[in-house]
Design a binder for this molecule. Structure first.
Ligand SMILES: Cc1cc2nc3c(=O)[nH]c(=O)nc-3n(C[C@H](O)[C@H](O)[C@H](O)COP(=O)(O)O)c2cc1C
Length: 266
């Protein structure tokens, strides 16, 4: 009886075409319960977490990231809508005015909170530029426009700002899938009263940044980065934190791309 092959992640799997690049493996062998796979005859760990293929309810579940990367495909996980997107180099080539494919050996995550979509815009440019995965830091109870109205003494942000004890914002999820896998983590946020929005706090406190390069970035109306990056570094207590960058809420995409390129993460 033929065994059906499903992916491990319960997510949408989009495989666009079957073209693969010249670095693609020709043969991948995985064994149930074995964290090592054979790629063109070479033993390679499936990942750093000891993931193994498994059989659940008679179905063989294989780790899709390891397979996609061995085949030279691009794979991106989006925590926000729980999707896995697998694309081919060919798809990238087909894009009008497509930038040449960036090749970086580093695994990069862009994690961000954005209440009014300005930081989201910058985060998406960074992720696109570096072919990075994204993780959207999402409050369980999102902030409405009325909640964010700092000119209203009775608004949610003012109440939380005035009473630090009430500032804790519960998140839908504070830990991205496979966080251990990433070498570089960008952390994006809006500036609130000269500091990073406190919505980030659980993400910063609940993850281990040891061994990772962490790069803060923010958007604001007028304030600079200030001490916001340093304050997050202190809160995290681990990771190699870089200086970071502030963008205006009406930032120019080119400025973001230039900054990313100046980081020389390739
Ligand atoms: C509660 C609150 C406090 C803010 N405090 C500041 C501030 O101290 N300095 C500043 O330049 N902008 C401040 N802003 C403006 C935001 O930093 C700016 O609009 C930012 O780009 C919003 O990012 P977002 O759209 O990703 O949420 C504040 C906005 C809000 C809602």
């Amino acid at each position: 009886m033929k065994t059906k092959i499903f992916i491990l992640l319960s997510a949408i799997f989009l495989l666009v075409g079957c073209a693969v690049n010249s670095n693609a493996a020709e043969k991948i062998v995985m064994k149930i319960g074995d964290p090592v796979m054979q790629v063109d005859g070479q033993d390679i760990n499936i990942d750093n977490d000891g993931t193994t293929p498994v059989i659940i309810n008679g179905r063989t579940m294989l780790p899709v990231r390891a397979i996609a990367e061995a085949l030279g495909l691009n794979i991106a996980w989006n925590e926000g809508d729980k999707t896995v997107t697998v694309t081919t180099a060919a798809q990238n080539d087909n894009k009008e005015n497509a930038e040449p494919q960036k090749t970086t050996g580093k695994k990069i995550l862009v994690a961000y909170y954005s209440a009014q979509n300005h930081t989201k815009g910058a985060a998406e440019v960074i992720a696109e530029e570096l072919k990075a995965d994204t993780f959207v830091i999402t409050p369980k109870e999102p902030y409405t426009e009325a909640d964010l109205d700092w000119t209203d003494d009775n608004s949610r942000v003012n109440a939380e700002h005035d009473n630090p004890d009430t500032r804790h914002t519960e998140l839908v999820s504070s830990s991205p899938e496979n966080f251990a896998y990433y070498d570089v983590v960008f952390v994006g946020y809006p500036i609130w009263w000269g500091s990073a929005s406190w919505v980030l706090d659980d993400f910063i406190k609940n993850n281990d940044f040891t061994g990772k390069t962490v790069i803060p970035f923010c958007t604001s109306q007028a304030s600079g980065l200030g001490e916001s990056g340093k304050e997050l570094e202190k809160m995290a207590g681990s990771g190699n934190w870089l200086e970071g960058k502030r963008f205006s809420e009406s930032f120019d995409e080119k400025e973001v791309r230039q900054w990313v390129s100046s980081l020389k993460l390739d």
